[in-house]
Write a protein that binds this ligand. Structure first.
Ligand code: PGA
Length: 242
């Protein structure tokens, strides 16, 4: 199975989201056999997107949430409420959350457990910074993020991983084939060791129509997590090879 996931970050008004999906549903009336489209949306346009995506096989979810159903958590968003709106997914531990909002591995683990208990599919993002790569710490960082982030996660419930080298996100710098093959091979073997066999591993970081086919052909790459190029129907569709 191939998963083509969009991370819209803090982009689009509800009206813009609605018009994206109106166009999207016209050009991609149904996902080709074996391909899933996932959309990680800003909370503020989740409802309009849910309405626009009703009766389609696209999946969607929040980019971040607080691991409680409801309560005195000013400013936070509830994954439970997203589920009531039809969400099936939840993004956890994106590098922007880790660096800009100091999110820790143990907070990621809490969110993963919470999302799985709700029946959502959590997509955990992992990846090293340039400094860590240059110091040859990539594998130890990935191990730390997987050990920490998957603490207490259910092995019999769905889960996905996105490998996103931090230095390749939004920079136009794409990891090369060898770097991606090595990291995905390492993550896949490590997930097997932890008992999370069959977990899809997506690649993210400056994925564009021009490089998607080459990256998608690498062993252990089961799809993409796309930021910038997911904001336009044309480029997102082209990444899927449509
Ligand atoms: P990018 O973002 O495709 O714009 O590099 C990817 C991501 O942050 O998920």
């Amino acid at each position: 199975m191939k998963i083509i996931a969009a991370n819209w970050k803090m982009h689009k008004t509800p009206t813009e989201a609605k018009s994206f999906f109106a166009q999207w549903k016209e050009v991609v009336p149904s996902a080709p056999q074996g391909t899933e489209f996932w959309f990680f949306l800003p909370a503020i346009n989740l409802e309009s997107s849910a309405v626009a995506l009703a009766n389609s096989d696209n999946k969607f979810g929040l980019q971040n949430f607080f691991a409680e159903k409801q309560g005195a958590f000013t400013g936070e968003n509830s994954a439970y409420v997203s589920q009531q709106l039809g969400a099936q997914l939840a993004l956890v531990g994106h590098s922007e959350r880790r660096t800009l909002f100091s999110e820790t591995d143990s907070e990621c683990a809490k969110k993963i457990r919470y999302a799985q208990n709700l029946g959502l599919i959590p997509l955990l993002c992992v990846g090293e910074t340039l400094e860590q790569r240059e110091k040859k710490l990539t594998e130890s960082i990935l191990m730390r993020q997987l050990d920490g982030g998957l603490e207490g996660a259910a092995r019999d419930k769905k889960l996905a991983i996105a490998y996103e080298p931090v230095w390749a996100i939004g920079t136009g710098k794409v990891a090369n084939v060898d770097q991606i093959a090595h990291a995905h091979g390492f993550i896949s073997a490590y997930l097997d060791r932890l008992g999370f066999e069959q977990t899809p591993i997506l690649y993210g970081g400056s994925v564009k129509p021009e490089n998607a086919a080459q990256i998608g052909a690498i062993a252990n790459v089961h799809g993409f997590l796309v930021g910038g190029a997911s904001l336009e129907v044309g480029s997102f569709k082209a990444i899927a090879g449509l």
